[in-house]
Design a binder for this molecule. Structure first.
Ligand code: NAP
Length: 280
């Protein structure tokens, strides 16, 4: 199956409007003791349904999440867009190189499609970090450079620190219930052609519960108008925006199927505004 695509930043790469989050896949702060078979199945189903973009990080389950991702993409690596992240404590030149090489080993691949700085670290100049990123890119170990949790000012500084390529993306929390980046960072990224990767797009399930407030009522009305679910409306509300893609995480196969159904159609501008207002 094919999903809708968007250009990644100013690159010539097309990425699906929905990717697969992996925070909790393989464990959270450390490797969990349970079986990973179900998680691998969920990732594989997501790929089959067109969500051929997986977001992970060296920090997730202390690297084990990347190993689970490797398991899921093994047969078809070339057709999956893999994004991972270097942690804030590893942003010195040498540490970035070391972290990337460890991620490549765990992911069992020779390159990552998008390498992101997970959180800013004001103790290490961004120029130093970007120098290492550009070296990795020149060596073919990473194909695009991104950041995460960067403010508008930090995004601009990162853009200025790059001399051989442009910043592809900024991954930030964005959903109907988390709107703090909407009026400042989002328009900036849109005008600069920096893709916004919306994380926690379902508010970790917070607004999918049976809430009866203004937001919940608006969500239900719009959901019944489009014959979609609350989750699908909430995700479509994000991906209809010009520069936004979203990376919901789901280990439950039904959730994966439901989330894939959030693409391929569009909320009207009027309904987007109505939802935006109901949740503000
Ligand atoms: P999320 O995607 O908003 O929510 C995930 C939770 O929602 C899981 O408990 C999942 O349950 C449930 N869920 C998924 N689809 C559902 C559906 N259709 N109906 C009902 N419940 C559903 O939250 P997130 O995991 O925090 O964010 C997504 C991804 O963003 C992460 O996995 C990670 O890759 C990334 N992220 C990045 C940062 C950063 O600092 N850059 C921070 C946080 C997250 P099941 O798993 O049981 O299906």
């Amino acid at each position: 199956m094919q999903l809708d695509f968007k250009k990644l930043g100013k690159s010539d790469v097309d990425i699906p409007v929905l990717g697969l989050g992996t925070w909790g896949i393989g464990g959270f702060m450390s490797k969990h003791s349970g079986s990973e078979a179900e998680e691998v199945r969920a990732l594989k189903l997501g790929l089959e349904l067109g969500m051929r973009f997986i977001d992970t990080a060296e920090m997730y389950a202390r690297g084990h999440s990347e190993e689970v991702v490797a398991e899921a993409v093994q047969q078809d690596r070339e057709n999956v867009f893999i994004a991972t992240k270097v942690s804030a404590e590893n942003l010195s030149f040498d540490d970035v190189i070391r972290s990337c090489e460890s991620s490549l080993r765990r992911l069992r691949t020779s390159y990552v499609d998008l390498y992101q700085v997970h959180w800013p670290n004001t103790r290490i100049p961004i120029q130093e970090t970007m120098k290492a990123m550009e070296k990795l890119m020149a060596e073919g170990k990473i194909r695009n450079i991104g950041v995460s949790n960067f403010s508008k000012k930090q995004t601009r500084e990162t853009q200025e620190a790059l001399s051989k390529t442009s910043l592809a993306s900024n991954q930030v929390e964005y959903s109907l219930v988390e709107r703090s980046n909407e009026n400042d960072l989002l328009p900036y990224c849109t005008s600069e052609h920096v893709t916004v990767i919306a994380y926690t797009p379902l508010g970790r399930g917070r607004f999918l519960e049976d809430r009866r407030d203004r937001g919940g009522r608006a969500l239900d009305e719009v959901a019944s108008k489009y014959r979609k679910t609350r989750a699908q409306i909430a995700l479509n509300w994000l991906i209809v925006k010009e520069s936004v893609v979203a990376i919901p995480k789901a280990s439950n196969l039904e959730h994966v199927r439901e989330n894939a159904g959030a693409a391929g159609w569009k909320l009207s501008m009027e309904d987007q505004e109505r939802l935006g207002e109901a949740f503000s």
